[in-house]
Design a protein. Sequence first.
Length: 286
Amino acid sequence: MNDVTLTSLLELERIEDSLFRGQSWDLGFRALFGGQVMGQALAAAQQTLPEGRVSHSFHSYFLLPGDANSPVIYDVETMRDGRSFSTRRVKAIQHGKTIFYLTASFQHPEEGLSHQFAQMPEVPPPEEVESDLAFFEDSLDEISDRMREAIVYHKPLDVRTVQTIDLCHPQKEDPKRYIWMRAQELINGNINLNQAMLAYASDYHFLATSLQPHGISVRNKQLRMATIDHAMWFHLPFHFDEWLLYSTESPFSGGARGLVRGQFFNQQGQLVASTMQEGLMRKVEK
């Protein structure tokens, strides 16, 4: 097995000037993990930029379920290179079909008017919160064989959910969740790599926040969940080998869809990134 790190996942093979290939990880889900496609698509776009430009936002749509056992091809289109901003459109392809689109905007960093009207929630520090992975490893008898085999691919990301979420006996709760996150490797301050990694991590447990008011587990076999679209804004530089708090909430669900929004704070309370996502949330007959 190759080195299982987020860096290795985001190191793409260049096929042509604007064509790249990324390897896939099977995380034990029904389809390819959406965070992987977002992180790799952003990493592909980053390789086509003028020097010094970094992402400030991206918007993406998931069109078809991805295959976790096959690589993904990323076709990057240059939409614009202006004096301050660049725009890229990335098409993700598997088995000859487009499964995903991402449009990202990049800017040469500059000073400007600045404020923050967002407060970091008061939660226990990450050192006092048990890792999600430890919980899964303690309950191997209750998870599927496929999920058990996939644990190795969850280890590059240290995820610690502050609340106790009982997947076997879910209770109805407010649609809020707080999660400490960091990469399990040193990143050495590479802004682009930090952003691609956070794009990957931003899909962890995100849509599941919409299930909490309904007392339904992601393991429910009648449940069908899939990301429809995902947007992200990067506000300040950050180090993803240091702890970030992901504060997520779901303001609405209906029409077989759930809406979630999130904020990433560093340990100094600075808002470094924001997210929004809408996803399918449908119950079907057994």
